[in-house]
Design a protein. Structure first.
Length: 562
């Protein structure tokens, strides 16, 4: 490993990340890991409370903690890490940012940070215990929604910086194929722009006026529909940067080449087309939406599974080609050639493995009849912990192991690699116990979004604490292991950022396999893809939305049950 790190560190691939851009990326990454620290602290306490192992002091409510946990990890950690990674990768592959792009980048960072602090303060003041999905009719302080608005505006500024960077490069490099990192970044940001219109609309037009007392009632179905219009592509906004690392960085880390550039780009185009008009699969059990529109969006949901299957194929093929190029023989000899002791590969790889059952779980969720069994149970919580909490986060950890040294001009040492391996194993074991138990408990009927309760000692609820594996105690123990893994991660991050030896570390950008076919030019026709995406969105949403507005029920007054 030491040798590998040395060779890797000596490679001098130019241009590396411009120091001014590296500073911006690191600013994002510090907040991301600050959120990991606080968010997992909230998580372990809430797991122990739900398992009936400890009680909270009266000054803290379970739902306040749950809101902090969800917001910090699902929204703050992911978004800040993604922007840090994308800015760094764009600077590495498409040259340093211009001063305008850098100003936009810092502007986005500042607005995003102010929005985060405002919303988080409201949670701390127990004025926003509405959970990360902020479902109406629960009502938070208006400042919480203002914070959320700033959060979204911040991402738009950051996104504008990335897009401006891309268009400037295109202008300066007419006729050239955009580097894969840049192409994928544009796909991710376009997806985010189109999707975040939904959350902006519901927050600005519904939640803010309602929380300010300007209107008495809120149309709940409309608010949830606009939320899920945004909420499902949000999960791909988390996933796509992880896929960027799988397609662009992992081939270089394992010493191979990407199987196909075209297939990788096609997967991202398909995400742009199909990931938005599918929000109804989160609302399959809700009244007020006709079966036809739910059916249509379920069909489109099955279409958005295809790019993940393409990714599984592509990455698998990359692994096999790499192993064979290194002399592997037999059907599975190539598996032995993968760098199992390098956490920069091992952590994302464990994320890939998690995604096999996680994706299967997603397909179960999306099937109408099965959704009736799992909806609003702990199964769904298990699902999102092995998707975003494992596939995405383990990949982000894998990225952090090399990205922080790149940005800070330091070395990823053999000692840090050992700790990173341990961190990955702990995270994997903790998540296996916690999410495994959540899935099974969900099938046994345990609901999500509830604090500790035995429902007046009902035998079914008592059984949720007594199972050997399917128990809320197993869940809590898994949470404790995850907490230890998280603290170890924080230690590694601090070490890599401030104490690791000074060195030049290369940003891993893989090459494409020599015999891969040329990439069709039409893949970069963004106008075409956005046009089709908008047409699909209009098709899937126009009539149901008109129906919800025209036949709106009286709406609901606010509820603050805490
Ligand atoms: Fe989901 C609920 C359906 C993917 C996150 N999802 C959620 C929620 C979250 C979430 C946060 O249809 C809860 C929201 C809430 O609070 O209410 N989900 C899907 C489907 C997919 C899917 C069809 N979800 C994700 C991803 C997430 C995520 C990704 C985060 C990053 N989800 C649902 C539905 C619900 C839902 C319903 C609502 C449930 C309800 O009732 O409330 C698909 O995208 C999954 C496709 C994936 C695959 C797997 C491909 C495998 C790969 C790994 C390859 C491995 C390799 C290694 C290469 C088909 C790519 C192999 C090498 C060796 C050597 C072995």
């Amino acid at each position: 490993m030491k040798q590998l790190a040395e060779v890797y560190n000596q490679q001098s691939i130019r241009p590396e990340v411009d120091p001014r851009d590296a500073k911006l990326s690191m600013a994002y990454i510090y907040i991301a890991f600050g959120a990991l620290f606080l968010g997992t602290m909230a998580g372990v306490v809430q797991g122990l409370v739900r398992g009936g192992l400890i009680e909270l002091p009266y000054s803290i409510s379970y739902y306040q903690l749950l809101t902090a946990h969800g917001v910090l990890l699902a929204l703050v950690l992911t978004t800040f890490f993604i922007f840090g990674f994308l800015h760094a990768g764009m600077s590495r592959t498409m040259g340093a940012m211009s001063s305008l792009e850098r100003r936009l980048g810092w502007g986005g960072y500042a607005v995003l940070t102010v929005g985060t602090l405002l919303s988080f303060t409201m949670i701390l003041l127990n004025d926003a215990s509405v959970l990360y999905t902020f479902y109406a009719p629960l009502q938070a302080s208006p400042f919480y929604y203002i914070g959320l608005t700033l959060f979204v505006v911040g991402t738009w500024l950051g996104g504008a910086s990335l897009l401006t960077h891309y268009f400037r490069w295109k202008k300066q490099n007419r006729g050239k194929l955009t580097p894969l990192f840049g192409f994928m970044t544009v796909g991710t940001i376009l997806l985010w722009f189109v999707a975040s219109i939904g959350v902006a609309a519901t927050v600005l037009l519904q939640f803010l006026p309602w929380s300010l007392g300007l209107v008495d009632n809120i149309n709940i179905l409309l608010s949830r529909t606009l939320f899920w219009y945004f909420g499902h592509p949000l999960v791909y906004f988390w996933l796509l940067p992880a896929y960027i690392a799988w397609y662009v960085c992992i081939p270089q880390i394992i010493g191979g080449k990407l199987f196909s550039d075209s297939l990788a780009r096609l997967a991202f185009i398909l995400f742009l087309l199909f990931s938005i008009p599918v929000g109804f699969h989160h609302q399959l059990m809700e009244a007020g939406i006709s079966e036809f529109w739910k059916y249509l969006q379920v069909v489109l949901t099955f279409a958005v599974i295809v790019p993940s299957l393409l990714t599984a194929f592509s990455i698998f093929a990359t692994f096999e080609l790499t192993g064979r190029a290194k002399g592997a023989t037999g059907a599975f000899g190539w598996v032995k050639k993968l760098p199992w002791k390098d956490a920069r590969f091992f952590a994302p790889f464990m994320g890939m493995l998690f995604f096999i059952p996680a994706g299967t779980g997603g397909i179960i969720n999306a099937s109408n009849q099965l959704n009736a069994v799992v909806h609003n149970t702990l199964w769904v919580v298990g699902h999102f912990h092995i998707t975003v909490g494992s596939t995405v986060i383990l990949t982000f950890f894998g990225i952090a192991y090399w990205l922080i040294p790149v940005l800070r001009g330091r070395q990823y040492t053999a000692r840090m690699n050992k700790l990173a391996m341990l961190q990955t194993i702990l995270w994997t074991v903790g998540m296996f116990f916690m999410s495994g138990a959540m899935h099974l408990l969900g099938l046994l009927g345990a609901p999500r979004r509830t604090a500790y309760t035995t429902y007046q000692d009902h035998p079914t609820a008592i059984a949720w604490f007594e199972g050997i594996f399917a128990s809320q105690i197993t869940m809590a123990l898994g949470g404790v292991i995850l907490f230890v893994a998280s603290m170890l991660m924080i230690y590694i991050v601090i070490n890599l950022a401030f104490f690791a030896p000074k060195a030049h570390t290369a940003f891993p950008i893989g090459e494409i396999a020599d015999d891969a076919r040329a990439t069709p030019r039409i893949f970069e026709n963004w106008k075409l893809w956005i046009g089709i995406a908008i047409a699909l969105i209009l098709f899937a949403y126009t009539i149901p939305l008109i129906d919800m507005i025209q036949h709106a029920p009286p709406g609901s007054p606010p509820f603050r049950p805490w």
